[in-house]
Unconditional design. Structure first.
Lengths: 151, 170
């Protein structure tokens, strides 16, 4: 009973932390290697030189992103194992939750800085159009989800 | 005097659009008959023009546009039948063959388009695709959209995870 309550409390804490993460979120841009997608590149009139510059920024950030991603995943795995354990050590799990969220914050920071550098390569209207496209994509996705939810 | 048998429209169409694989042998009649030779050239030109239509453009057409195109074609067939009598048959066969070509070209164009979407456009090399996956994972993780049914992802953001479809369209 106590173990279940502890688990519930810890899960709630983690949910609160995870929900807070987007509040300090980075500027958004389409996921993936968007500058390599021909139609998107055409939409914002991305020049080959800009594309090369953005690729360079990504390559510089890549190793760190790989490391931070792996670190976060390892910490998530450790936390998952502790949560699945029958005898929950409340303090240990609390530390693990913090470790997961710290790792996530580090990853978020690295990504945000990469996006910021990419933003510097784009002209303001290109950046604006990119954000617009990202917003449109998100809205369409939500509409589709809403529609499928009603079916 | 021997009777000359010209090639039918169906035969000319078959020669203009040979089946995939080995090229079709041309009938000897073509080397003697200027009329059939010209007709075959016309067929080939029409086929080339159809094939040149941008596959991307075709695949982007909406259902309404396809219906409108179909209606226009059927109207044209009806007009030819009324206005040209016997020679209308030649046009009818031609337009029907064009429709057939469109019908064959559409799935191919759609398949190409779908394949392009799945692979994130042909411009992406294998290395790019790996990087693309990395960036998507990083975005998902840093937004807290951890998949896999983990206990801390019981209440994902609406429209959050598994969201690449719309972006792939661009």
């Amino acid at each position: 009973m106590t173990a279940t309550l502890t688990k519930t409390w810890l899960a709630t804490l983690a949910l609160v932390l995870a929900a807070a993460a987007p509040l300090i979120a980075a500027p958004e841009m389409p996921d993936g290697k968007w500058w390599k997608r021909p139609r998107l590149a055409a939409e914002i009139h991305l020049t080959p030189e800009q594309s090369r510059e953005i690729e360079k920024i990504f390559v510089q950030a890549r190793t760190r992103l790989i490391d931070l991603k792996a670190d976060l995943e390892k910490k998530q795995l450790a936390l998952q194992s502790s949560m699945d354990d029958q005898t929950v050590d409340r303090k240990a799990v609390e530390r693990q939750i913090e470790a997961v969220e710290n790792a996530r914050a580090e990853l978020q920071k690295a990504r945000a800085l990469m996006i910021l550098d990419m933003k510097q390569v784009l002209k303001p209207d290109q950046w604006e159009r990119l954000r617009q496209l990202q917003q449109e994509m998100r809205e369409r996705r939500q509409e589709r989800r809403g529609a499928s939810g009603r079916d | 005097m021997p009777t000359i048998t010209h090639l039918s429209e169906a035969e000319l169409f078959g020669l203009a659009v040979p089946p995939a694989g080995s090229p079709e042998a041309l009938p000897a009649h073509l080397s003697d008959c200027l009329s059939c030779s010209r007709a075959l050239q016309e067929w080939k030109a029409a086929v080339r023009a159809l094939a040149a239509e941008d596959a991307e453009e075709i695949s982007r057409r909406s259902e309404e546009e396809w219906t409108a195109a179909e209606d226009r074609t059927l109207d044209a067939i009806r007009r030819v039948r009324v206005g040209r009598g016997g020679s209308g048959l030649r046009w009818t066969v031609g337009i029907a063959a064009s429709l057939l070509l469109f019908a064959l070209a559409l799935p191919v164009a759609r398949m190409r388009h779908e394949a392009g979407r799945r692979t994130n456009a042909p411009e992406m090399s294998a290395e790019d695709q790996k990087d693309d996956a990395l960036l998507r994972d990083v975005a998902r993780l840093s937004r807290g959209e951890d998949a896999g049914g983990a206990w801390n992802s019981l209440a994902p953001e609406p429209g959050a995870a598994g969201n690449s479809g719309e972006e792939d369209r661009l």
